[in-house]
Design a protein around this ligand. Structure first.
Ligand code: GLU
Length: 300
């Protein structure tokens, strides 16, 4: 099987050394397998993504010497595919509309304080299940009233359907999938009709990605993705969750803006070989604990 990898930046700003490392890593895996390397723009979040950054990001990648097979897909142009996938999940009877606001979820979770598990692995609240309990008539009335709603997976039903699943991480070896740690995860947001989890799985499968390479910050999300592959009956890739980049203090480079962007390093006259070497060195530095503990919610 030909190896196919991808680098999938979200155009929310200029690329930094962490992106350079991730892109180089993905291309390296493709090259070693004599395969193809693709680039995909993950721009479903209209509030955070800017078109201007797409050109700047691609220009930085070219400057770094990366070459990819065209076309560069843009997720914002692929909403029909995500809608189809969502329809298939709905047909399986494993989704439900959720009308709760963040504030409502927070206050419900806080009211139940002392419950043993209230946080998902990505740092978000575990959904307390309020809207799961609604009956069909109630849902129809709420939808008809125009109340915005997200779509959640009913994780209990998902697991009943999929049974135990495994997946493989090239670094950490065989894993048994535990999507239940995320609870009833959002697979379509109120404002976009998809989510990171759904779009990334649909696209990785549609593009024939055989090895999904990305940072360790997304390791836990793969439990949810593995379940989506099973539910949508898609061919399952291998994952590589590689190191994130850190500065000398051990803080994540992605958190700091300014002098670490590829653009500013270019402007200051650093050659691309040096920038790639800086990225590789930054990926070898250990993370300080406070950063390691910090999570970036991805479940909505
Ligand atoms: N677009 C995601 C990011 O920029 C990457 C998602 C992935 O590689 O699965 O963090």
């Amino acid at each position: 099987m030909t190896t196919v990898t991808r680098f999938a930046p979200s155009p929310t700003g200029d690329l930094h050394l962490g992106h350079a490392y991730a892109a180089w890593y993905a291309q390296d895996v493709a090259n070693r397998g004599g395969g193809r390397f693709l680039v995909r723009v993950e721009d479903i979040d209209a509030t955070r993504c800017r078109t201007a950054f797409i050109d700047r990001n691609l220009d930085d990648l070219r400057w770094l010497g990366l070459t990819w097979k065209e076309p560069v897909l843009r997720q914002s142009e692929r909403m029909d595919l995500y809608r189809d996938a969502l329809g298939r999940l709905d047909d399986l009877g494993i989704t439900y509309p959720c009308f709760c606001t963040r504030a409502e979820i927070r206050s419900e979770v806080e009211a139940a304080a002392g419950a043993p598990h209230v946080m998902a692995p990505d740092g978000g609240f575990l959904y307390p299940g309020t809207c799961r309990a609604r009956n069909a008539a109630e849902r129809r009335i709420l939808v008809a009233s125009g109340r915005p709603y997200a779509v959640r997976l009913d994780m209990g039903r998902v697991i009943q359907r999929t049974g135990g699943l495994g997946w493989t991480d090239r670094m950490r070896g065989p894993q048994s999938a535990s999507p239940e740690r995320f609870g009833d995860v959002v697979i379509a947001r109120k404002e976009v009709e998809t989510s990171y989890h759904l779009a990334v799985v649909v696209d990785d499968a549609a593009q024939g990605i055989t090895e999904v390479t990305r940072g360790t910050d997304l390791f836990d999300a793969t439990h949810v993705h593995r379940a989506l592959y099973a539910l949508l009956d898609l061919p399952v890739p291998i994952w590589h969750h590689h190191n994130l980049c850190h500065d000398e203090d051990g803080s994540r480079l992605s958190k700091r803006q300014g002098d670490e962007t590829i653009a500013s390093l270019r402007e200051r006259g650093h050659p691309k070989e040096e920038v790639l070497a800086m990225a590789a060195a930054a990926a070898l530095r250990p993370e300080r604990q406070s950063d390691a503990d910090e999570k970036i919610p991805r479940n909505d």
